[in-house]
Design a binder for this molecule. Structure first.
Ligand code: NI
Length: 215
């Protein structure tokens, strides 16, 4: 657990650095100021084109193939994780659900999306049961390992299978593993463009306020 938290924090910092570097030539002074709420990336939308996002082809929780274009016209609130995740993913998904609740009617413009980084176990059926625990609007996406690798790369998401207690006991099943992954919520615009992101621990209130400023 501790190891996962450290990796998540490091990965979140890496994303911030990547975004910062991508924008540095245009907004080097703006980026150095963080918002009053301590949220990272508060000013990254000011100028420049961060290298986050892009086309994807995945499978939703009903088994239907979907692409990024299916979500154009809406703001995508997109998070990567896996359904077996003990606490970080549920916490972030609860924050997303809470933010949508606070946005009220305006939430109709926002499509919350959970993308699995564990496609071997997270079948559409598994995702269907999982996402509805958080919010009926939440869409779960999975795909082939190659499709997941491609979308994770596009969104600068790190993930890695980690065997639980390697070499212990005789019952080491094939699916006895966890997945370390970066934990960042992205807000993308109606044309799929990157707008901002939320680091782990963001409150529903902070998220709703920031999203609301774009709607
Ligand atoms: Ni997780």
């Amino acid at each position: 657990m501790t190891r996962q938290r450290i990796i998540i924090l490091v990965a979140a910092l890496a994303v911030a650095v990547i975004l910062g570097l991508a924008l540095a030539p245009k907004v080097d002074r703006l980026v150095s100021k963080s918002g009053p709420d301590g949220e990272t990336g508060a000013n990254v939308e000011s100028a420049g084109k961060p290298l986050v996002g892009g086309p994807f082809t995945l499978v939703d929780q009903t088994g239907k193939t979907v692409t990024d274009k299916d979500f154009h016209g809406k703001y995508m609130l997109i998070y990567f994780g896996f359904t077996f995740c003990p606490d970080v993913c549920p916490t972030e998904l609860q924050a997303i659900a809470g933010a949508l609740g606070q946005l009220g009617d305006k939430a109709a413009k926002v499509q919350p999306i959970f993308v699995s980084v564990d496609p071997d176990r997270d079948t559409p059926a598994v995702l269907a049961k999982y996402v509805k625990q958080f919010d009926p609007r939440l869409i779960g996406l999975t795909g082939s390992p190659e499709q997941i690798a491609a979308v994770a790369k596009a969104y600068r998401v790190f993930y890695e299978k980690v065997k639980e207690k390697p070499g212990e006991g005789s019952g080491a099943a094939e699916d006895d593993y966890t997945v370390d992954h970066s934990s960042v919520v992205y807000l993308m615009g109606p044309n799929g463009e990157f707008l901002t992101f939320f680091a782990p621990g963001v409150t529903p209130e902070q998220m709703a306020q920031k999203i609301g400023s774009y709607l």
